[in-house]
Write a protein that binds this ligand. Structure first.
Ligand code: DGL
Length: 281
C-alpha cells in the first residue's frame, strides 16, 4: 500500500464547467479518487481581474492539497489556468496541470488547413495564454498555424443556468461567433470548460465544415501521464485496461448552493454526482 498513490486527484473550476474535465478523467482513470470543487458562489471568473482570479485559484488549490490531501491538482478552468498556472506550480508541492496546453496541442494536431480558432472568456482571451500555447505547440511539430481568438462573454452564464439550447443562446452565439465564421478556420477549440455543454448550438452556428474540439480528453491524458511519471498512479494501464480493483470515489463540493450544484451537476456529469457538499468544509 502506497499512501501517496491512494490520495485523490484534486480539481476545481468556477462552477460546472470543469465537470467536462472530471468526466474525462473518471472515464480514463476509473480507479482514481477525485475531489472536485465548483466555486459557484464566486463565478463567473471570466470578467474578473486576473489578480482576483489568481487569488481564488490559490485558495482553492491550496485547500485541495491541505484539506483533502490531493496528490495532483487539475485547474479545470481556462480562465484560472491562463493567469495562475505557473504560480500554482511553483507554490504547491504536488504536480499542477492546466487545460490550456493540452487543448492547444489537440487543436494544432486536429487542423488540416492550419487555420484555427479558440473561444474563451474575456479573462482567458485577454491573457494571451492561447497565443503562446498554440505557437509553442505549432513550433514543436514544425508547423505554422494562424489563430483567431475571440471572447464569448455570456456563454458561461447560460450554462450555469442550465440553459444550453434555445433562441436566446443561439442568437448570442450567432453574434459572438461571427468573426470566427469569417476567418476560414477548419477547427475551433472550446477554450472554456463550460462551452462543451453548448456544443450543439456552437456547432450549428459554425456549420459542418468546422470541427469543434475541447480540452477535456487531452487534459485527462496528461493527468494519466503525469501520475505515471511521478509514480503516483493508482491505475495499471488505463480505462478499460486498468488492472486495479479499486473503484474510484468521487466527491463534489460547491461554494454556493449545494443542492442546486448536485441537481444541475448530475445532468452535466452523470450519476457519479449524487450529492454535493459545502466548500470550505
Ligand atoms: N470554466 C471556466 C473557464 O474555463 C469558466 C469561466 C467563468 O467562470 O467565467 O474559463
Amino acid at each position: 500500500m502506497n499512501a501517496q498513490v491512494d490520495r485523490p486527484i484534486g480539481m476545481f473550476d468556477s462552477g460546472f464547467g470543469g465537470l467536462t474535465v472530471a468526466r474525462a478523467v473518471i472515464d480514463l482513470l476509473p480507479s482514481e479518487d477525485l475531489i472536485y470543487i465548483g466555486d459557484t458562489a464566486r463565478y463567473p471568473y471570466g470578467p474578473k481581474p486576473a489578480s482576483e482570479v489568481r487569488s481564488y485559484a490559490i485558495e482553492l488549490a491550496t485547500s485541495l492539497v491541505r484539506d483533502f490531501n490531493a496528490k495532483l491538482i487539475v485547474v479545470a478552468c481556462n480562465t484560472a489556468a491562463s493567469v495562475a498556472l505557473s504560480e500554482l506550480q511553483s507554490l504547491l508541492s504536488v504536480p499542477v496541470i492546466g487545460v490550456v496546453e493540452p487543448g492547444a496541442r489537440a487543436l494544432v494536431e486536429a487542423t488540416t488547413n492550419n487555420r484555427v480558432a479558440v473561444i474563451g472568456t474575456v479573462g482567458t482571451i485577454s491573457s494571451g495564454a492561447y497565443e503562446s500555447a498554440v505557437a509553442n505547440a505549432a513550433r514543436d511539430v514544425s508547423r505554422e498555424v494562424s489563430l483567431t481568438a475571440t471572447a464569448c462573454p455570456g456563454f458561461v452564464e447560460f450554462v450555469e443556468r442550465n440553459e444550453t439550447s434555445g433562441r436566446a443562446v443561439t442568437e448570442l452565439a450567432e453574434k459572438l461567433l461571427a468573426p470566427i465564421r469569417n476567418a476560414d478556420v477548419d477547427t475551433l477549440l472550446l477554450g472554456c470548460t463550460h462551452y462543451p455543454y453548448l456544443s450543439e448550438v456552437i456547432g450549428r452556428v459554425m456549420g459542418s465544415g468546422v470541427r469543434l474540439i475541447n480540452s477535456a480528453d487531452a487534459t485527462a491524458s496528461v493527468v494519466r501521464d503525469v501520475l505515471a511519471e511521478n509514480n503516483i498512479s493508482r491505475s495499471v494501464g488505463s480505462g478499460a485496461q486498468s488492472s486495479s480493483r479499486h473503484s474510484g470515489l468521487h466527491e463534489f463540493y460547491s461554494s454556493g448552493d449545494v443542492q442546486q450544484f448536485a441537481e444541475f451537476g448530475r445532468r452535466f456529469l452523470g450519476p457519479e454526482l449524487s450529492v454535493a457538499k459545502q466548500w470550505p468544509k
